[in-house]
Design a protein around this ligand. Structure first.
Ligand SMILES: [Ca+2]
Ligand SMILES: [Ca+2]
Ligand SMILES: [Zn+2]
Length: 658
């Protein structure tokens, strides 16, 4: 793996190029790591499989497993990064480089990014014979646009067998890239322990972006340097799986950074790049390798308290907007639509809005592409903000909503009962339910607040509201005694709201959310976690002569009392519900009229985990598609998706940002 040393002594041109690169890297270090490339660099990779036996003709699965390792290791997403000793954890950094098998070949044709060459050579050496068809190998693709990786049947050098070797930046284009022994490549197929976690390639690609060995390539001396400030001076290389700390060169008490990818330890014992190494890599991408790869923006997920509810709305088919208040009280939003080539956009501050940490932000779309958001501010006042495509300057607001006050962090639920009309509901500081309304014909801002009846509800409770058909409103709440109530309004009522009525004797924890969905015109289905922790449902439709039907339990799971059950109807008469159970497992169940045997489920939703009872917000952005959102155990916002064309159940979970 010493190929660059050999080049330095035999090729003066290369030695001069290396000296120039070192001067530039030093300049980067001294000017404070201002990399020119923002965000993530995505590098197209071509893997040249050069095989002598058919066994060495490694599978696409094995190749993809290696690309996956690179994408974890160079993004600090490798789970074993947790094994870095605590004293070294502050050094760990995201290299902001990702790798993709090339989709387009040098001639502009579609490709899988893999070439396969049968060779008569049983073995190659580090003299680059594998990099040319003339010597039994495979020619590189243009190295200014592709990272070339060759997998070898066997690799040797003057000192014995090699796992791999690399060419540093500044060398000849015809030999640029890395060479890896097939049995040290990827994590499956022919990959063999202890080099079967793909770390040989991580190490060699580290060289390819200009990283030196961590011990300074000085044998076992203390005078060499890897030209990186935050890596401790280290005697020689480490092997196997050393115990921490391993001291050398007076570098106690913490000793060698042997768990760095640029040491020689086993795959199971290396977990990290440092911030200083990332500066070197990014400097290389800015200069010597400036022509390679494309960049994409980094999305950073807000950090959100565990039980926060994420607001989600689809303002027109297939568009998604989500809203959350982070642990510092900042109100943030992010957006997705199919036209975005690069995943979600965001997170943006919603006009500087502030609220209690985790305060729910309820959003509604009163007509195509319009958004209205509602929240209780830090001063207990109800606020609203609005967005529509015609606004040249981002969101408008926040405005106080007619002086309404409620408990900090409480819910302001909103519903649009017909085009461009808005109705909102809060629990006031006296525990009564209040409503206010807006429609374009109002010349004087919102109307309200009006109390609805005289029940008393915990101040942090959510009033759930639904419009089952144009201009009709139904609301649901659990009062301070745990009694589930409903009330209704429609324009034909001359005397305001009707209700509250007890809903078929339903009981739940005081303030427990009663979520409602209308699966087709004028039908209502509601869901709540009962006092025994089971999920219950009740239903109503105009043809029922005798009031609501229910309550029926759905399956036999247990959720914390007061946990919300989120429900969505992805197309006419279909129902999907979501809840996080007492163990933190995210579960879903489904119903449609064709099911002869009641609800199907519960199923675990792709292994998703969150705090017990964490709200799982669901939205259907177009017919039969489902998107769900939850705060994960790492405090980030996560999403998963389902649509009928997925042959294999849900896709996800993905964090919306790092
Ligand atoms: Ca160092
Ligand atoms: Ca050394
Ligand atoms: Zn090396």
């Amino acid at each position: 793996m010493d190929v660059h040393r050999r080049l330095l002594t035999t090729n003066p041109e290369y030695a001069r190029a290396r000296a120039a690169i070192e001067n530039r890297s030093l300049a980067y270090r001294s000017r404070g790591a201002q990399a020119l490339r923002a965000g993530i660099t995505v590098i197209p990779v071509v893997v040249h499989v050069v095989h002598n036996t058919s066994q060495q003709n490694i599978s696409e699965d094995q190749i993809r497993s290696q690309i996956d390792v690179l994408n974890r290791d160079f993004r600090r997403l490798n789970p074993d990064v947790a094994s870095v000793p605590a004293v070294f954890q502050p050094l760990v950094a995201d290299a902001r480089i990702e790798f993709q098998l090339a989709a387009v070949d040098p001639q502009g044709n579609a490709t899988g990014g893999i070439t396969r060459t049968q060779t008569s050579a049983a073995s190659f050496t580090d003299n680059d014979g594998i990099k040319s068809a003339a010597t039994g190998g495979a020619n590189p693709w243009p190295s200014d646009r592709y990272l070339n990786i060759w997998t070898a049947p066997r690799l040797t050098s003057a000192v014995g067998d090699l796992l791999g070797y690399a060419q540093f930046p500044g060398g000849a284009a015809a030999t640029d890239g890395v060479v890896i022994l097939h049995s040290a490549f990827g994590t499956t197929g022919t990959a063999a322990a202890p080099f079967n976690l793909g770390r040989t390639t991580t190490h060699e690609v580290g060289h390819w972006v200009n990283l030196f060995h961590i011990w300074g390539d000085d044998g076992t001396g203390c005078g060499g340097s890897d030209m990186v400030d935050d890596t401790p001076n280290q005697g020689g290389s480490n092997f196997g799986a050393p115990a921490f700390p391993h001291l050398s060169c007076n570098n106690g008490p913490n000793g060698d950074l042997f768990m760095n990818y640029m040491d020689y330890v086993d795959d199971t014992a290396m977990f990290m790049f440092t911030a200083g190494q990332v500066v070197r890599m990014q400097a290389t991408l800015d200069v010597e390798r400036s022509t390679i790869g494309t960049t994409r923006t980094v999305l950073t997920s807000p950090r959100v308290p565990a039980l926060a509810q994420i607001g989600a709305v689809s303002r027109s088919p297939d568009k998604l907007d989500i809203f959350v208040t982070d642990r510092d009280g900042a109100i943030l939003t992010a957006a997705w639509e199919p036209a975005f080539p690069d995943w979600w956009h965001g997170w943006w501050s919603l006009n500087g809005g502030r609220a209690a940490a985790a305060a729910p932000v309820h959003a509604v779309s009163r007509s195509t592409d319009k958004l209205d958001a509602f929240v209780i501010g830090t001063d207990n006042v109800v606020y609203t903000a609005a967005w529509e495509p015609s606004f040249p300057d981002w969101w408008h607001g926040w405005w106080q909503l007619n002086g309404g006050v409620a408990a900090p962090g409480a819910h302001v639920t909103a519903v649009s009962r017909s085009t461009d009309k808005l109705d909102v509901f809060v629990v006031g500081t006296d525990g009564r339910v209040y409503t206010a309304a807006w429609e374009p014909g109002f010349t004087d801002w919102w109307h309200g607040w009006w109390p609805i009846g005289d029940i008393r509800v915990p101040q942090d409770a959510a009033v759930h509201a639904i419009s089952r058909s144009a201009d009709k409103l139904d609301i649901f709440v659990t009062d301070v005694n745990g009694v589930i109530f409903t009330a209704a309004w429609e324009p034909a009522f001359s005397d305001g709201w009707h209700g509250w009525w007890e809903l078929n004797g339903g009981r739940a924890a005081p303030g427990a959310p009663v979520t409602a969905v209308s699966r087709s015109a004028d039908k209502l289905d509601i869901f709540v976690v009962g006092t025994d922790g089971r999920v219950y449902t009740a239903a109503w439709e105009p043809s029922f002569p005798d009031w609501w039907h229910g309550w029926w339990p759905i399956g036999d799971i247990r959720a914390p009392q007061g946990a919300p059950v989120h429900a969505v109807s992805r197309s006419t008469d279909k129902l999907d519900i979501f809840v996080t159970d007492v163990n933190g497992a995210i579960l879903t169940a489904a119903w449609e009229p064709s099911f002869p045997d009641w609800w199907h489920g519960w199923w675990e939703l792709n292994g998703g985990r969150a705090a017990p009872g964490a709200p799982v917000t669901a939205v259907s952005r177009s017919a039969d598609k489902l998107d769900v959102f939850v705060v994960g155990n790492d405090a980030r916002v996560w999403t998963a998706a389902w649509e009928p064309s997925f042959p294999d159940w849900w896709h996800g979970w993905w964090p919306i940002g790092d």
